[in-house]
Write a protein that binds this ligand. Structure first.
Ligand code: PLP
Ligand code: PMP
Length: 430
């Protein structure tokens, strides 16, 4: 099969080195069928016979009127096991996409860190979870700008690490604040055994969930410089990259990665479909290899059917400008209703990407009870900010409003109801 033995890299990983063996076995299962000449009689592959599968062909109608048809041959492949890193043609397309969008300076990655590589993941959530499990050990210090995505907290917290908040504002993580946090460690000591200096920093660079914050190019450059100084990896979780409303788009961390210290997670959830579960990881090859080993031991690979569908529909991804226009209109509707109803009781920053408005209520110390009891009663659905905090029981005066699903009329109605509710509560507190 020309499958080279996999070198096991001694990372701070909990993943069993036996995965190197399982990789070879699974590759056999998945690929023997496809790589063997049809005349070859083989009893080696452990894949089931696709002739026994009930689904014969499929056709998917695209909104532009076209139809994608999977004939019997495509269907057999779409229903069979496939490589853990992704089907080759999709990977090639993604690598070109990544190069065109970010032009990462891979040539200057040092040999010991390896070249850039990519793999397909079942949404970016899988990628994040596996990246954290690969890199984080109990007791490690991990940097992030909280409030942050609750899925990230859910993946990190069971690892027993110490989450350190780096203060942020509407432009994301504040470099001076990061410098201050890092000042408790000596940069010349960080690689010494026993150092407690953080080795990873996680951030959502565009349309942050829940804050809506987007980081400027200057801030990213400053954060990258600090990461170099302290030899940290940066996890750039960017599912709202394609939902940026203002041009020009800020440069990504990946585009400035001269060292190979960026692990970037991308997602098709917001532009192609969230239920298909498609994402991809980009980063230094030794690290991406380890994520692939973990995929082999868990899901084996992202659904081949999903990948084949994505491969056929990636041409429609070019229509993402339409999505951006839609979400921009939704953001404008959200802001105009918030301006109309909530000015006296709350404050916020208009997001320049994504689908969230982070609203700070004046005079209410914690929104948990307001949202979970009073607002639910009135069918006003918002998320209390505590969900996104490192310590979810700390009082939090914020709520997250997602403007992705409701019509402008519904958004306006909800803002009105929410205004009535908050004034009532503030009045009763007085
Ligand atoms: N990262 C962030 C910041 C998110 O907001 C989300 C989804 O809401 C994800 C990752 C997970 O996305 P996916 O559907 O690609 O797993
Ligand atoms: N357990 C055993 C014994 C298997 O042989 C296989 C697949 N060959 C699996 C689990 C994994 O199956 P699945 O494709 O459902 O993940």
């Amino acid at each position: 099969l020309n499958t080279k033995p996999v070198c096991v890299i001694d990372l701070r990983s909990q993943i069993s080195p036996f995965l190197s063996l399982s990789r070879c076995l699974l590759l056999c299962e998945a690929e023997l069928q496809q790589r063997s000449p049809p005349s070859l009689i083989s009893l080696a592959g452990g894949a089931p016979n696709p002739n026994t599968f009930p689904f014969q062909s499929a056709s998917i109608k695209v909104k532009n009127g076209e139809t994608i048809t999977f004939d019997e041959t495509v269907m057999k492949r779409a229903l069979q096991y496939s490589s853990s890193n992704g089907i080759p043609e999709l990977l090639t397309w993604m690598k070109n996409l990544q190069k065109n969008l970010h032009n990462p300076p891979t040539a200057s990655y040092s040999p010991e860190k390896g070249q850039m590589d990519m793999c397909v993941t079942t949404g970016s959530q899988e990628a994040l979870c596996k990246v954290f499990e690969m890199l984080v050990n109990p007791g490690d210090n991990v940097l992030l700008d909280a409030p942050t995505y609750s899925g990230t907290l859910a993946a990190l917290q069971p690892l027993g690490c110490n989450l350190i908040n780096v203060p942020s504002d509407q432009h994301g993580m504040i470099p001076a604040a990061l410098k201050e946090v890092l000042s408790r460690w000596d940069p010349s000591e960080v690689l010494k055994p026993g150092s407690t200096a953080p080795k990873i920093l996680y951030t959502i660079p565009n349309g942050g969930n829940p804050t809506g914050a987007s980081m400027t190019t200057e801030r990213k450059k400053a954060v990258y410089e600090l990461a170099r100084q302290y030899d940290m990896l940066i996890i750039e979780d960017d599912p709202y990259y394609f939902l940026q409303f203002e041009k020009p788009w800020a440069a990504t961390f990946l585009s400035m990665d001269v060292d190979g210290r960026i692990i970037r997670t991308d997602s098709f959830s917001k532009i192609l479909s969230s239920g298909l579960r498609m994402g991809f990881v980009t980063g230094p090859k030794p690290l991406v290899d380890r994520v692939v080993l973990h995929i082999q031991a868990s899901t084996m690979h992202t659904s081949t059917f999903t990948q084949v569908s994505t491969k056929h529909s990636h041409i429609y991804l070019c229509a993402f400008q339409r999505h951006t226009a839609f979400y921009r209109k939704q953001r404008d509707a959200m802001i105009s209703s918030a301006d109309k109803w909530l000015k006296d009781v709350a404050e916020w920053h208009a997001p320049s990407a994504g689908m969230f408005l982070w609203i700070k209520l004046k005079g209410i110390a914690d929104t948990q009870q307001l949202i979970m009891e009073k607002a639910l009663e009135k069918e006003v659905l918002l998320v209390p900010g505590g969900v996104f905090m490192i310590n979810s029981s700390d009082p939090c005066p914020y709520v997250r409003a997602a403007f992705s699903l409701s019509t402008p009329e519904q958004i306006d109605e909800l803002c009105h109801e929410f205004y009535l509710l908050t004034t009532l509560i503030m009045f009763s507190l007085c």
